[in-house]
Design a protein around this ligand. Structure first.
Ligand SMILES: Nc1nc2c(ncn2[C@@H]2O[C@H](COP(=O)(O)OP(=O)(O)O)[C@@H](O)[C@H]2O)c(=O)[nH]1
Ligand SMILES: [Mg+2]
Length: 365
């Protein structure tokens, strides 16, 4: 049974490397804007979790540690128009050259110092994404004066477009932290993810909130890849025997697989809590219950072992034990792979189902 062993070793090495890359990738995102423009709210809306305190006034104008959400690092930076940060040293002082992208935030329009920054950052070949926050607020105000939502959107967009006409920006994004699925937040996330290399891109797709159908699809593609990497390694590592079967898997890896999927689809407690605040108690009840159910079915070594036992019963047990002595571990590992990946697929379908329901519910708010 030597056929293709070299290739198998190579393929497993690749799986291991891909998982390491996924685990260690960091996406560094500078987020620049005056205090009160909605930077913290925007960060929270992007990741779908309250990672940055909202309404906190920045009194000390110092460079803070990044706000971290798994592989995403947000450097929350004050605008350059303060006496503490003279414009000519701003880029240097803030370490902007190390960022993967910069989001430039305003809640009204862009001023001279913003435009200066765009020019300077573009020189470093770092993509700049200008964001106009609190669109809901502008729309509500205009509605009271008989102006439609569409008219408000179009006129704000046109004004910004005009002011940014001669500047090298990736687009113009109108957003509301209270309505993350409306307006341009999804376009912002698509455009940022497309500006990243493939390793950082996987991380970004995994760590952002589910706010569009496109992201659901991207998350599915990524999860499918992760599951097959985890399943292959878990079967090859074969550390933990599955009771009643002559098959061993690496439960630690499967445990990682399930927590990855849980987080990618926003089903962790803190993530569900964030969705619940957008939805209100009543509408989030079912979703909260489903997330709890998901955790008890898939998270933890005991839970996974139980799933494996059940899956094992599906494979004619006698058949497996009859063949293993003759063809050895290769077949056992093959079956281990089949079982773990089938559990992964089931988990993925369940997670996607809950995330998609949550997304639809938020859209309906
Ligand atoms: N209506 C509305 N209010 C927002 C939005 N984003 C932020 N806010 C509010 O604006 C204030 C400042 O927001 P925050 O995110 O702390 O801004 P930061 O100082 O730039 O981090 C808070 O009261 C937020 O609730 C938004 O999209 N819509
Ligand atoms: Mg803030």
């Amino acid at each position: 049974m030597n056929i293709g062993n070299g290739n198998i070793t190579q393929a497993l090495e690749q799986c291991k490397q891909d998982l390491e890359n996924f685990k260690n990738a960091k996406v560094k995102c500078g987020i620049i804007g005056r205090s009160g423009t909605g930077k913290s709210s925007l960060i929270n809306a992007i990741v779908g979790e309250e990672v940055s305190a909202v309404g906190e006034i920045e009194t000390t104008m110092k460079i803070s540690e990044p706000i971290e959400h798994k592989g995403l690092l947000f450097y929350d930076l004050p605008g350059s128009s303060t006496i503490n940060f003279p414009m000519d040293t701003y880029i240097e002082t803030m370490g902007i050259k190390n960022f993967d992208c910069v989001i430039l935030v305003t809640s009204d329009r862009f001023f001279e110092d913003d435009l200066y920054l765009i020019t300077e950052i573009a020189k470093l070949k770092i993509p700049v994404f200008p964001v106009r926050t609190k669109l809901d607020f502008s729309i509500d105000r205009a509605l009271k004066r008989g102006i439609t939502e569409e008219e408000t959107y179009n006129s704000i967009y046109a004004d910004l477009k005009k002011s940014l006409e001669n500047y090298n920006v990736k687009g113009i994004y109108l957003t509301s932290a209270d309505y993350p699925t409306r307006y341009d937040l999804n376009k912002l996330l698509d455009d940022i993810s497309n500006s990243l290399n493939s390793i950082k891109r996987e991380r970004f797709i995994a760590d952002v909130n589910v706010i569009s159908h496109n992201l659901l699809k991207e998350k599915r593609d990524l999860s499918t890849k992760l599951i097959s990497r985890y399943a292959a390694l878990s079967a090859a590592n074969g550390l933990n025997p599955i009771p009643g079967l002559d098959i061993s898997v690496d439960l630690g890896l499967l445990y990682k697989m399930s927590t990855d999927i849980q987080e990618i689809y926003g089903l962790k407690k803190e993530q569900i809590h964030y969705s619940s605040t957008l939805l209100g108690d009543n509408k989030s009840k079912v979703i909260v219950a489903k997330a709890v159910q998901f955790a008890s079915k898939y998270i933890g070594r005991e839970a996974i072992l139980l799933l494996l036992k059940k899956a094992g019963m599906g494979f004619a047990k006698k058949e497996i034990s009859k063949w293993i002595p003759f063809v050895g571990q290769a077949i056992a590992a093959g079956l281990g792979y089949k079982m773990t990946s089938s559990i992964g697929d089931e988990m993925l379908t369940d997670a996607e189902d809950i995330a998609s329901q949550t997304f639809e519910a938020i859209k309906g708010v």
